[in-house]
Write a protein that binds this ligand. Sequence first.
Ligand code: SAM
Length: 182
Amino acid sequence: MEDKEKNEIVVLRLSHRKNRDKRVTTHVALVARAFSAKKCFYAGDKDEELEKRIKKVVEKWGGYFRIEYSKNWKALLKELKNEDYFIVHLTMYGIPIQNLIEKIKNKEKIVVIVGSEKVPREVYDLADCNLAITNQPHSEIAALAIFLDRIFDSTELYKEFENAKIRIIPSKRGKKVWQKSD
Ligand code: SAM
């Protein structure tokens, strides 16, 4: 089964360092899932614990989000390009999102790249578009969240995750949850 969104978005997280980026890469994947991306590829160090953490979230909170290690991100990008994915690289050096978002929204399939340490020059060249969420330095997690929210025009805020074992019942105070009985 697949989630049906207007645009099909996959995320590529570059240069994951197992120890240093544990929390940030987890949050990149959690944001990708919560904001309606379909999948998160990650490159750098292979990290079984990261994959387990994200798979557990999907099992419990629902949906069809997937995480997958990519040993060779250049080959992956070429493959995705052949499958008609539009490649967006999020970088503070790029063109401001407000100038390009309407054009990008028309692309049916998008791969959005976020870096961690220094991003190789090739990424800037391979990308169809180097996109800035402000031209100030900040975070891949924040940049990804803003990008996805703009692409989906905030419709992702209404997403219902199928097959959830647990759901939050929004409440003014306290914590109300619904849990599927076995
Ligand atoms: N020093 C790295 C470099 O030379 O590319 C960037 C480090 S930054 C903490 C990690 C990632 O956050 C970047 O690769 C980029 O994907 C994202 N990022 C940070 N600021 C951004 C901005 N203003 N717009 C878009 N993405 C941004």
